[in-house]
Design a protein around this ligand. Structure first.
Ligand code: CTP
Length: 131
């Protein structure tokens, strides 16, 4: 049983999110997703996500390729989460390339290419145009 873990905000779900989760699952048998908390997002971007963490968690939990979801309370706890879930592989989008190489001591670390031309930030900007 190989366990894959990945992390992200996953706000305003889009095809890039689905593709990275499906590709991540293909590396193992069990996919665990850490959804960054509302507070963590606020500390990183000075704004709260459109969907609160409870709804982002429910949405991602409903996907067939996802086996378990939890709320990521702090960026500094990644090592603890990897150990807690006995993850064999940490997978992140390549916007994070190199940033998590320190976890190679405890698991495999893989960065997957992002899907071109879509992001939550871009979608929010598009939707605002309709206001
Ligand atoms: N992701 C991806 N392709 C995209 C957008 C995101 O593969 N076009 C991946 C990211 O690399 C990350 C995961 O999806 O591993 C969650 O990313 P997240 O930051 O929640 O999505 P973004 O659309 O990048 O959000 P934002 O614009 O708010 O940064």
């Amino acid at each position: 049983m190989r366990t894959v873990i990945t992390f992200g905000t996953f706000d305003v779900l889009h095809i890039g999110h689905i593709k990275i989760l499906q590709r991540a699952k293909a590396y193992g048998d069990r996919l665990i997703v850490g959804i960054s908390s509302d507070a963590l997002n606020f500390s990183k971007k000075q704004r709260f996500p459109v969907y609160p963490e409870s709804e982002r968690k429910s949405i991602i939990s409903a996907l067939g390729c996802v086996d378990e979801v939890f709320i990521e309370e702090s960026l500094d706890l990644k090592g603890e989460y990897i150990k807690k879930f006995s993850a064999d592989i940490l997978i992140m989008g390549d916007d994070w390339k190199g940033r998590f190489d320190n976890y190679k001591e405890i698991c495999e670390v893989i960065y997957l290419p992002r899907t071109e031309g879509v992001s939550t930030t871009q979608l929010i900007a598009e939707i605002k145009k309709y206001g």
